[in-house]
Design a protein. Structure first.
Length: 258
């Protein structure tokens, strides 16, 4: 009997966005994706890991048009223009991908991402199914690998987690996801609006540490009208990113010690 071939996915790397305190460290970098860490641009590090992953068949990078010929993007199969907002960049990256195909979306600021971490994540997301797979890492796993890397932690009944830089989605869910992102933006700094989105019961459970991953998944399914799953990665590398200028030096030290 012939062995069944593993499913492979298209990966979309989000390398757009405006200048910030990270890109200010390197003259000419349009955003943090093109800042060099350990001798390579952050986005190039992500692309190298994706290219080495056996479960990734095609790589699309979404970046400013002016950077499409940059050597940092040489490993991408396709280059798309970014948008002013993340929803516009996602829509650009997902264009022409079949609506029911599972797509891996990666941030461009993951300096120690590995092919093994990517393949593990894709495998877990495919087994879980659903429309969206949200990547996260449990605190004990992360602290064991990178105790010096700070995070904002969510305390749930199942454990304590931080968000990662990988997620999966099927393009058909994008309109609902964009509406949800817009609602969150409008509710920023308005607790009553946040309560109307997530529900008082969910917020109360979270406040007393009784909210479970299953509870959060169920509420997300109600909001988006489609199955959503947490993809808990055992690879802390998926949650090491570069958000602040101080993170660049930290990433340099981690890379140098590897």
């Amino acid at each position: 009997m012939a062995r069944r071939e593993r499913a492979r996915v298209t990966a979309v790397v989000l390398a757009g966005g405006p200048p910030d305190e990270v890109s200010a460290l390197q003259p000419g970098a349009p955003n943090k994706a093109f800042v060099r860490v350990g001798g390579q641009a952050l986005v190039e590090r992500v692309l190298r890991a994706l290219r080495a992953a056996r479960d990734v068949s095609h790589i699309v990078v979404v970046a400013p048009l002016a950077m499409h010929a940059d050597d940092a993007l040489a490993l991408a199969d396709d280059r798309r223009p970014d948008g002013r907002r993340i929803g516009e960049s996602l829509r650009s990256g997902l264009a022409r991908i079949p609506p029911d195909e599972l797509v891996l979306v990666a941030a461009s600021d993951l300096p120690v991402l590995t092919a093994a971490a990517i393949d593990d994540f894709v495998g877990r997301a495919l087994r879980l199914g659903g429309e969206i797979g949200y990547g996260c890492v449990e605190r004990t796993v992360h602290v064991a690998a990178y105790p010096e890397v700070p995070h904002t932690w969510a305390h749930l009944r199942d454990g304590t987690y931080c968000g990662g830089g990988l997620f999966t989605l099927r393009p058909r869910i994008l309109p609902a996801l964009e509406r949800f992102i817009e609602q969150l933006g409008a509710a920023r700094k308005k607790p009553w609006r946040l309560a109307s989105i997530f529900g008082l019961g969910v917020l109360a459970k979270y406040g007393i540490g009784r909210l479970s991953i299953a509870d959060a998944e169920a509420r997300a399914r109600t909001i988006l009208g489609a199955p959503v799953h947490a993809v808990v990665s055992p690879y802390a590398q998926t949650a090491v990113n570069v958000d602040r200028a101080s993170d660049v030096a930290l990433a340099e030290r981690i890379i140098a010690s590897a």
